[in-house]
Design a protein around this ligand. Structure first.
Ligand SMILES: [Zn+2]
Length: 236
């Protein structure tokens, strides 16, 4: 087979390999990205719970303030009680006192309820924080593994790049330029085998004359339908 065609097939295979590195790295990072996404999700949950806790605290504060107001009111009622003259006044005052005391009870109950609610929110937050710390441990392990795997791939990639360079210098530069032009659109199917007398790229049948040229492989032959470089697989 034509030496140039042979080299071209090799270069095309190397380019395919070079193209496979990026998806391999992406795949390795996938697991890490999953962990990071999960952590982010948990952090969002914690932020929501934090807001809810703050709302609860504000409500509790309001009730505390209300309690203070009620206690001054009760003091006032006690003072007024000393200056009471009629039974009617006394009845009105004791009703007022009763209402204030009921409100005190209600506010205290509300504070207790809010306190419980706050505790449960804090429990939830703690649970999420524990999950995050477990994920962080996992993340560290994955990061170490990812780094060593990526280093391996990078080393492989450098080797492949060098192999390509070595081939390219041996080649007719016009043929390389021609190949690169096809590669711009045909990517990893720039150099394809002919199978059952059809182009391995566009799968359209080629005529006998071109097929004979491909089999002879004295020249670089392109597909008349799509323009990809063809080679006879059996001889490769
Ligand atoms: Zn074709």
């Amino acid at each position: 087979m034509n030496k140039h065609l042979n080299h071209l097939i090799e270069i095309a295979n190397i380019d395919k390999e070079i193209d496979s590195f990026e998806p391999r790295i992406t795949k390795i990072r996938e697991e890490l990205n999953k962990v990071l996404a999960k952590k982010e999700e948990l952090a969002k949950e914690i932020a929501i719970l934090g807001d809810e806790r703050r709302d609860i605290e504000l409500k509790a504060q309001k009730n505390e303030l209300h309690l203070e107001e009620l206690s001054s009111k009760l003091e006032e009622i006690a003072k007024k009680g000393k200056a009471i003259k009629t039974e009617k006044e006394m009845k009105a005052l004791s009703l007022e006192e009763e209402i204030a005391k009921e409100q005190v009870t209600f506010a205290n109950e509300e504070i207790a309820r809010l306190e419980k609610l706050k505790e449960s929110k804090e429990e939830e937050i703690k649970g999420y924080e524990e999950q995050i710390s477990i994920l962080s441990e996992e993340q560290k392990k994955i990061e170490q593994a990812v780094q060593s795997q990526i280093e391996e791939i990078e080393a492989e990639r450098t080797k492949v790049f060098k192999a390509k360079e070595a081939l390219v210098v041996k080649m007719d530069q016009k043929i390389i330029a021609f190949y690169e032009k096809i590669r711009k659109w045909a990517k990893n199917t720039s150099v394809v085998p002919v199978r059952k007398q059809a182009c391995g790229g566009c799968f359209i049948k080629i005529n006998d004359k071109i097929y004979a040229e491909v089999i002879k492989s004295e020249d670089i032959v392109t597909c008349p339908h799509c323009g990809r470089i063809l080679y006879a697989e059996i001889q490769a």
